[in-house]
Design a protein around this ligand. Sequence first.
Ligand SMILES: [Fe+2]
Ligand SMILES: [Fe+2]
Length: 262
Amino acid sequence: MVTINNFSIVQLSDAHVYEEESHEVYGVVPIANLKAAVHSINSIRPLPSLCIYTGDAVSIKSEKAYLLFKEQIQLLKIPVHYAMGNHDNRMLLRRQLLNESEMSDGPYYYAIHQAGWRIVILDTSVPGEVWGQINKQQLIWLEEILRDDMPTFIFMHHHPVPVGVPWIDNLMLKKPDQLIKILQQAGCVHSVFFGHIHFECHIEVQNLRFMSVPSISFQFSEMPHTKKIASNPPGFRLIQVNTNIVRSIVHRLTYEELNTYF
Ligand SMILES: [Fe+2]
Ligand SMILES: [Fe+2]
């Protein structure tokens, strides 16, 4: 019998770091926001058990940008697990963030376990494309590992359900029905968490919960007929599991937190 204990996960996403520390984009300095987020997460008590970073670590796919990102993310006092985003480069991410010497550019997907829960991290990235897709081999692997009854969270970069903003929905996961069917038939999936859309949302589809997190960099508007860029503060998601109760909230960085590093 599996013992289920309390634990918490931080979901952090879409820092979009450039090559220069001072680089500003849409009125935001990505590295300053990341510094503020790392400091804020390190201040949570009790400390979360782990962080899942759901993609787009950098905006420029270069060693220099990854090194700048790494310099900050490694200051987190908890283990970090990565999902690939459309702005990521599989080989650079593996070398810089996973310290792997082998330069594989194959999909990076895996499962970890935490206190009786399974946490699946999918690779929805397609090199050279902004939209996402999950290849057949990964779907077969997913279906296979979900055969047992262990409660499961899924983390990924692209949104597998439309979020109601046409230009963003053009860049979602292609052929999401295959994934949704596997998740629904498995019966053990509690929630699916994703990044990519740069705003917070919560969607329910036939007993499955889908949640996104704000970017830790610039924000997109969740309203379909307004400007693309929104001025909402950046944030991260905290998922707290207490036996069979799951509480999930988004913490937006406060003015004080942001201005410490700006
Ligand atoms: Fe992004
Ligand atoms: Fe993205």
